[in-house]
Design a protein around this ligand. Structure first.
Ligand code: FES
Ligand code: FES
Length: 158
């Protein structure tokens, strides 16, 4: 089987797997990195949200062959290391605001939140209500109000 290489949470990884296997299954089933959740597998629910080279993406919708050896994939497991702490400021805000209910969507929500704050800053502004409206991660428990409050709080410490 073809070998695929990329950087996962700061470490080079190599997997033997068919080209067309979606990255989410490579992460979860082969590499045992289960923070990115399987919700729909169709790029709709966003439960699997992770980062590629610092930007949000959904690994359920990307074939492993489309990932380059130089691509840096970050999952919720690797998020604290990006700031050199035990927890990322966004995770601390999540804890302070007691955001999760069942918790299933929450890794994806946090990864989407961090990417959105960074995107806003690249565009030269702080995160706005209209930016929050663009986050499409589904929470079937309806924790949206707490998520929005936590993103505002977390952004202040990023
Ligand atoms: S599992 Fe990836 S978007 Fe739903
Ligand atoms: S906390 Fe249950 S799906 Fe979001």
């Amino acid at each position: 089987m073809p070998k695929h290489k990329f950087v996962l949470n700061g470490k080079s990884v190599s997997v033997d797997v068919d080209d067309d296997v979606r990255l989410l299954w490579v992460l979860r089933d082969l590499l045992k990195v289960t923070g990115p959740k399987y919700g729909c597998g169709l790029d709709v629910c966003k439960a699997c949200t992770s980062h590629i080279n610092g930007k949000a993406f959904n690994p359920c919708s990307v074939r492993v062959k489309d990932i380059k050896p130089t691509d840096h994939i970050t999952t919720i497991e690797g998020l604290p290391a990006t700031v050199g702490k035990d927890l990322h400021p966004m995770q601390e805000a999540w804890l302070e605001m007691d955001v999760p209910q069942c918790g299933y969507c929450q890794p994806g929500q946090i990864m989407a939140a961090v990417a959105k704050v960074k995107q806003a800053r690249r565009e030269g502004h702080e995160i706005r209500e209209s930016d929050l409206d663009e986050i499409r991660n589904i929470c079937r428990c309806g924790t949206y109000h707490r998520i929005r409050d936590a993103i505002a709080a977390g952004a202040k410490h990023m």
